[in-house]
Design a binder for this molecule. Sequence first.
Ligand SMILES: Cc1cc2nc3c(=O)[nH]c(=O)nc-3n(C[C@H](O)[C@H](O)[C@H](O)COP(=O)(O)O)c2cc1C
Length: 173
Amino acid sequence: MKKIGLFYGPLGGSTERVAKKVAATLGVENVDLIHAKDAKTADVEKYENVIFGLSTIGTETWESDKSANDWDIFLPEVEKVDYSNKVIAMFGLGDQITYDLHFVDSLGILAEKILPKGANIIGRVNPEGYDFRESMAIIEGEFIGLPVNEDFEPELTDERVKNWVAKIKTQLK
Ligand SMILES: Cc1cc2nc3c(=O)[nH]c(=O)nc-3n(C[C@H](O)[C@H](O)[C@H](O)COP(=O)(O)O)c2cc1C
């Protein structure tokens, strides 16, 4: 397997913890862990295998407070990448108990930016097992990446990560 660039943010919370879990499960020797806020288009272009990790802090917050989220800094870089020769996987931190109408929306927002650029997004997840009402991350009936809820379902995270990594591992380059 070629080296994986795992770009994640924000730092210091659940997203970082899960990013490290994903890397450990893939084998740390296979993964470069990179802070999204410091990364540029060229950093993403170096990798044929790319994983994006992010949290949802609410679409309104995302759109109105441009300094609040590492991904506001990174997203314009991500949008410039040519994805035609890449395999992409994504995981998203969220909470479907408190935000059941916007569960892991950021995954969907990100996907909408990169799918038109030819991104082959692997690691889609069946929504059964997640009790939510609406999510922008549902594309063609599936979550476009792995949703993780560290706020209310932390006991499920290890199993979710393990199953998801087993699935994407067979499809990475
Ligand atoms: C102000 C605020 C808004 C949030 N909005 C959403 C939301 O719209 N959808 C969702 O799934 N989770 C939402 N969450 C939950 C976070 O995504 C969740 O707590 C996540 O684990 C935070 O990751 P972090 O510790 O890396 O920042 C929100 C949390 C906060 C504090």
